[in-house]
Design a protein around this ligand. Structure first.
Ligand SMILES: [Zn+2]
Length: 292
């Protein structure tokens, strides 16, 4: 079967590999729609970082690996011991792999597993292939109301839900949220905040197309950091205080700087972005202005 595999930086190939068999407790899925994540691009341009170059502690695999961790599909076969998932089910994939035994896993923080891995990064199980076999727990059945193309967006939407859940929103009516970067994750954060009833959502984004998406999805104000003084505008909207919470979704230094400068004293910056380079943080500014 075909699989889109990562062999190393700048080296992704469509390979012919053996079709996987369904083992005990596993389900075989035919992927329908697969998202290409910003992290896939980062891995192509600057990796391997997430892809294992030594045998992965959970999968035992090393590169080349099959890409694709944001995907939906249809169940083609189930192994012995599988009871919840049935052949023909439409599913979205929960891609996180974890060992279940490290200090993080033992306190329930499996997303911070010391041997964290992913379907789509850590073995030949990835969505960009004709078939993928995963443990039953990774296959989440879809309600009839969610089509398979939308279902491929559930994983990035879950990233946004988690980021918002980890942020201290106390009063949806009165708080001002700044979202730096209107890419897919920033746009997903807008939708989660709207769902929670946030009334003031400011988004900064340079791309006109993404600005239009941000407005359509519920941003109350969209600023262009190339032409607008983002920090001054946010302050003018908040009696000179700054935003309660900023979500950094751009992954660039200027974005992080405006997120930090855009919050009020004791405000919160939630970093949702992944980084090619290690960003600089002005610790003295944080100490002096943001946390007093
Ligand atoms: Zn663990």
């Amino acid at each position: 079967m075909r699989a889109v595999r990562y062999h190393g930086r700048g080296d992704i190939r469509v390979d012919q590999i053996d079709e996987p068999m369904c083992g005990d407790g596993e389900v075989k899925i035919r992927p329908a729609f697969v998202g290409i994540c910003g992290s896939d691009i980062g891995e192509y341009v600057g990796g391997p970082r997430t892809v294992p170059t030594q045998p992965h502690a959970v999968t035992g695999a090393t590169l080349p690996v099959t890409l694709g961790h944001e995907f939906s599909g249809t169940v083609e076969a189930v192994g012995t011991g599988v009871s919840r998932v049935k052949v023909g089910d439409r599913v979205a994939i929960k891609p996180n792999l974890y060992d279940g035994s490290c200090a993080s896993c033992l306190v329930g923080r499996v997303n911070s597993c010391q041997n964290l891995g992913f379907i789509g990064y850590s073995s030949n199980a990835g969505g960009l292939s004709d078939y993928v076999v995963v443990k039953e727990k990774h296959a989440i059945q879809l309600p009839d109301s969610i089509p398979l193309d939308i279902a491929a967006l559930i994983e990035p939407l879950a990233v946004a839900w988690h980021a918002v859940k980890r942020s201290p929103i106390q009063n949806a009516n009165n708080e001002t949220v700044l979202i730096v970067g209107g890419g897919p994750i920033g746009l997903a954060v807008i939708q989660v905040l709207k769902r929670l009833g946030l009334k003031t959502i400011v988004v900064t984004e340079v791309s006109q197309q993404r600005q239009a998406f941000a407005k359509a999805l519920g941003a109350t104000q969209v600023l262009n950091p190339k032409t607008d003084d983002v920090v001054a505008k946010v302050r003018s909207m908040t009696n000179d205080a700054g935003a309660n919470i900023a979500f950094e979704c751009s992954g660039i230094q200027a974005g992080l700087d405006s997120a930090v400068a855009g919050i009020r004293a004791r405000g919160t910056v939630t970093i949702v972005s992944l980084w090619e380079e290690k960003p600089l943080i002005d610790a003295f500014d944080l100490c002096r202005m943001r946390s007093m």
